[in-house]
Write a protein that binds this ligand. Structure first.
Ligand code: HEC
Ligand code: HEC
Length: 308
């Protein structure tokens, strides 16, 4: 036997012959309390106490861990008794408002800032890349100060954006990363920032109307173009953002997934209410259906007609 193997054998003997499985206790000179009768969680049950031979027991059937019952619809799903997105925060969030806001800020900076930006203005690093031909998001992350979001999005809807994502993954779901309590903390922070910027944003908005159009005008259309965030995807100066530019749009001929069209009233209305009906060639089917009434659509048309 070589010297190496002799040394190995000697060490093995001294070390108590560890290295293979045995039911025998190892040679153990100073016993302390190691050899007393007891069960250890990850050991086989040698006491015969349990028929299945496991020392660690499974929880009793029907056991629910603290805080994981999931029977609070408002807290867990953000909906009220009628099943609608809630306008109100859960009581627990309201009663510890300041703590919630500061926890929310902390979490926002981890999970939302990369896209929605430090000032909630939609200018996170990822958003910048998305618009600069870098790794693209399908659509740019919006500013969370947009009236549409700050005034009209009730807290239950923001909750749903975090939990389920937005528009089939344009914004992914953060349910796996952010536990329920932190989702609400983030919403408290977002709401408090929105309120700082614009005092008319209420903590629990009741569906404020952004822009009431009573007469269709190009001016109202210009306001709607921004208020309804058409400007996030459509330019007015000929440049291509996500969708086709509005410059020179009226009367233009387009190739679409449903053949050639000319931009007229019927096509314009359809493009807004059912964007999937005809997809302009060369563009992704990324336009979300818009909820606009006839006066609003007419105003946008008048506005676009000024963009020659
Ligand atoms: C990977 C980028 C990204 C991250 C991170 C992200 N978002 Fe978004 N978010 C988006 C995009 C893109 C949209 C627009 C989606 C669309 O309109 O189709 C959006 C939309 C939203 C909206 C508006 C939803 C609507 O219905 O119009 C809210 C509110 C929102 N995000 C909140 C959050 C919060 C809160 C966080 C952090 C938990 C977060 N987002 C993290 C990309 C992101
Ligand atoms: C998230 C990005 C996005 C937003 C927001 C958006 N659009 Fe679009 N839109 C697109 C894309 C992409 C297309 C081209 C693909 C298609 O035809 O659906 C498009 C197409 C259109 C067209 C047809 C254009 C053509 O050249 O034939 C019209 C009209 C239009 N959008 C109007 C609007 C109006 C009005 C708004 C605001 C109320 C709006 N869009 C908001 C992305 C967007």
């Amino acid at each position: 036997m070589s010297l190496k193997w002799t040394a190995f054998a000697a060490v093995s003997v001294l070390a108590g012959c560890r290295g293979w499985e045995t039911e025998e206790r190892p040679v153990h000179l100073i016993k302390n309390m190691d050899t007393q009768e007891k069960g250890k969680a990850y050991r086989r049950d040698t006491t015969g106490l349990f028929a299945d031979g496991r020392m660690m027991r499974a929880p009793v059937e029907g056991t629910v861990a603290q805080g994981q019952l999931g029977d609070d619809l408002l807290l867990e799903e953000g909906v009220d008794e009628a099943g609608q997105p809630s306008k109100a925060f859960p009581a627990a969030v309201k009663s510890a408002w300041d703590e919630q806001v500061s926890r929310g800020q902390d979490r926002y900076q981890i999970y939302c800032l990369p896209c929605h930006g430090a000032n909630l203005d939609g200018k996170g690093t990822v958003a910048a890349l998305a618009l600069d031909g870098g790794p693209r998001l399908t659509v740019p992350p919006p500013s969370l100060h947009l009236e549409r979001i700050a005034k009209d999005m009730v807290v239950g809807k923001i909750y749903s954006a975090i939990r389920a994502g937005v528009n089939n993954g344009n914004m992914p779901s953060y349910a796996a990363q952010i536990p329920v309590a932190d989702r609400w903390a983030i919403i408290a922070y977002v709401k408090s920032e929105q309120m700082k910027k614009d005092a008319s944003v209420q903590q629990e908005p009741g569906g404020v109307v952004v822009q009431v159009v009573t007469v269709a005008t190009a001016e109202a259309g210009a306001v709607l173009y921004k208020a309804k965030t058409c400007n996030a995807c459509h330019s007015t100066d000929g440049s291509k953002i996500v969708g086709p530019t509005f410059q020179g749009l009226w009367g233009r001929s387009e190739e679409t997934s449903a053949g050639a069209v000319t931009v007229d009233d019927a096509y314009f209305k359809e493009s807004i209410l059912q964007p999937m009906a005809k997809i302009v060639n060369g563009y992704p089917p990324a336009m979300p259906p818009q909820q606009l009434n006839d006066l609003e659509i007419e105003s946008l048309k008048l506005f676009i007609q000024t963009l020659k």
